[in-house]
Design a protein around this ligand. Structure first.
Ligand SMILES: *[C@@H]1O[C@H](CO)[C@@H](O)[C@H](O)[C@H]1NC(C)=O
Ligand SMILES: *[C@@H]1O[C@H](CO)[C@@H](O)[C@H](O)[C@H]1NC(C)=O
Ligand SMILES: *[C@@H]1O[C@H](CO)[C@@H](O)[C@H](O)[C@H]1NC(C)=O
Length: 252
């Protein structure tokens, strides 16, 4: 090989390194992270929550990639699948945000995002949430600078059919007394539950191209709600390996 060839080869390898490293950054950001340990205990009964572009976000943090955190604010209702549903039973689904307006100051807890009753066991099993919609689906729209919000899903097996909201409850989705609602209809403990977390997309920094260390900036702290998630360091192996190969080409 002459020098020009070697130079071209070396440049090619270095170029490849940057591409590989960028892909790694995207991968590490796009993998959905589990919710922090203290929030994982909430998830019971293998509930699956799937949006069209995001499969099974149950017990996960919405990843900071592909504009998911922005897109989820406009997507139609998710599939909520409860594999353990009994086909002869009837179910109630609750979706609430306990962190309104923020986890540190939840003055409007619970924010009601969806309330559907009279869901057949068959539909509950397959995730088609059809029934009597007492509160239409309202997508997660966490306000800017309020940190991560939890979006909780609770599935109850019903013994009574005539579930309804009081006029004062239908007035606003905020500050909903979920406990009183549970007591009023003798709902007991939910059969299955899960939650996912997301924050306003403006508070999620865009993925930075690796310059110096190739590290990814952690999201700014948004109060106590910040899930303890550590973005992976991106350029661990690729760069040394490529320098090594380039060196061998160079020295013949
Ligand atoms: C979806 O995720 C939840 C929580 O991790 C898990 O329990 C459940 O088995 C998953 N369902 C599917 C179909 O992957
Ligand atoms: C509940 O669902 C069943 C079956 O889909 C239907 O026949 C019934 O009218 C519904 N009840 C109410 C109160 O909507
Ligand atoms: C449900 O309906 C029954 C009779 O149809 C009534 O006695 C009962 O009070 C109702 N329950 C609620 C919580 O509205």
């Amino acid at each position: 090989m002459d020098w020009t060839m070697r130079l071209v080869a070396a440049a090619l390898f270095l170029g490849l390194t940057v591409v590989v490293t960028r892909a790694q950054v995207r991968m590490s950001q796009c993998a959905s992270t589990p919710v922090p340990n203290e929030d994982a205990g909430f998830c019971r009964g293998n509930l699956e929550v799937s949006y069209t572009e995001l499969q099974n976000i149950s017990c996960k943090v919405v990843p900071n990639c592909n504009n998911y955190r922005e897109k989820i604010t406009t997507w139609p209702p998710p599939l909520v699948k409860y594999p353990g549903a009994s086909e002869t039973a009837t179910y109630l689904l609750v979706m609430v945000d306990p962190d309104a307006p923020s986890r540190s100051t939840p003055l409007a807890r619970f924010w009601r995002h969806w309330l559907v009753t009279n869901i057949t066991g068959t539909n509950m099993k397959t995730g088609r949430i059809q029934g009597q919609e007492l509160s239409p689906y309202q997508p997660p729209t966490p306000p800017p600078r309020t940190g991560f919000h939890r979006y909780q899903f609770l599935v109850y097996r019903l013994s009574t059919q005539n579930i309804s909201l009081l006029p004062e409850e239908t007035g606003s989705p905020g500050a909903w007394q979920l406990d009183q609602f549970q007591v009023r209809f003798n709902l007991g403990i939910s059969e299955a539950a899960t939650q996912f977390m997301t924050q306003n997309h403006m508070d999620s920094p865009p993925v930075r191209a690796p310059g110096g260390g190739g590290s990814v900036q952690a999201p700014p702290t948004g109060g106590s709600s910040e899930p303890k998630y550590k973005p992976k360091q991106a350029s661990g192996l690729a760069l040394p390996a490529c320098i090594h190969i380039a060196y061998h080409l160079w020295s013949g």
